[in-house]
Design a protein around this ligand. Structure first.
Ligand code: MTE
Length: 318
């Protein structure tokens, strides 16, 4: 028995992974053309982008992890979900985001993991997707605006990345900062008064919970730009605004991060923002939600149906 390697069922088969030398070459290429320095040459960058896009596709679809994908959940229609977006950096109109993302460049995409940790790291989003075996999970998704969906995300547990950088004892929160690229994001100019970049945060225990994932794909393909390519957070028991899109920085900190929505309106969008049908938003009820594809109205569940898994995090001590 001792020489049998037991793999979790979502283990990525070797043939789906880009060979290491190819990644090495790519890294070398990026170094030579100034990935960490003054900028890429335009033509070379285009070639590079195509190569990365081709590699990214090889990682999908990933094996579904049935332990995190209840069989009774019926997926929302893909076309509807990926074209009905909240991504204010592009537009405040959910139907228009998808029409405004073409100038958004999502590869290469360095992500910085830093702050109160022993081994800070800057790594490209695509390398992250290749380093941590990807799996698919079917999660309920609930927006604070009282609409919901059932979504097959592809990604890996955030805690695996946090463990890699070795958090220090003083790390109490994780702060997520997302991209702010005014020349590529037309919505930023229209909302000048907002405290950009879009910033979110979790308590350390929430970030380390196995349900919290970094998603790099959805519906068996790499994330579309409008859904937060190349990498976003997904925290299924919290309102959707906690799930920051197009992440550029993940910081371990001892301070509760100031988030964009909490700064704008703390009564409406508090830091914790767990899905709770019993606590109405100041302007509407949260008791029910409209399914984004069918239009059906269903009852919202406490902690969005994840009370058995995460309820313990919110039991009052003492
Ligand atoms: N992340 C960024 N950077 N900008 C945003 O406007 N909107 C949030 C969240 N993450 C948002 C964001 C909100 S309010 C929701 S409901 C979800 O993204 C929507 O994700 P989706 O468009 O993939 O459904």
């Amino acid at each position: 028995m001792s020489n049998i390697i037991l793999r979790p069922e979502w283990h990525l088969p070797e043939r789906q992974v880009t060979p290491e030398p190819a990644y090495r070459n790519r890294r070398q290429f990026l170094r030579e053309f100034g990935f960490t320095g003054s900028g890429l040459l335009a033509g070379a960058a285009l070639l590079e982008r195509d190569a990365w896009a081709a590699d990214a596709k090889k990682l999908y679809p990933a094996q579904r992890n049935i332990a995190f994908s209840p069989p009774d959940l019926k997926l929302s229609d893909e076309k509807v979900f990926i074209s009905y977006n909240n991504f204010y950096e592009f537009s405040t109109s959910k139907e228009s985001v998808v029409e405004r993302v073409d100038k958004f460049i999502t590869a290469p995409w360095p992500v910085k993991i830093h702050g109160l940790c022993e081994k800070p790291l800057t790594i490209d989003a695509q390398e992250l997707a290749a380093e941590f075996p990807l799996e698919e999970r079917v999660y309920r998704f609930r927006c604070v605006e009282a609409w919901g969906a059932v979504v097959p995300w592809t990604g890996f547990e955030l805690r695996k990345l946090l463990e890699r950088v070795q958090p220090k004892a003083g790390a109490k929160f994780v702060k997520f900062v997302t991209a702010m690229k005014p020349e590529q994001m037309p919505g930023l100019a229209r909302l000048r008064g907002y405290p950009w970049p879009y910033t979110e945060g979790l308590r350390m225990e929430e970030a380390m919970h196995p349900l919290t994932i970094l998603a790099t794909g959805v519906y068996g393909k790499p994330l579309p730009k409008q859904n937060g390519a190349p990498i976003r957070v997904v925290v299924p028991w919290k309102y959707g605004y906690k799930s920051g899109k197009s992440l550029v920085s993940i910081e371990l900190t001892d301070q509760q991060p100031k988030t964009l929505w909490e700064t704008l309106s703390p009564e409406e969008y508090p830091f914790e923002s767990n899905v709770d049908p019993a606590v109405p938003h100041p302007r509407w009820s949260q008791a029910t939600e409209r399914q984004v594809d069918t239009g059906d109205r269903i009852r919202t569940l406490p902690l969005n149906g994840y009370a058995a898994q995460v309820g313990e995090l919110y039991k009052k001590k003492g």
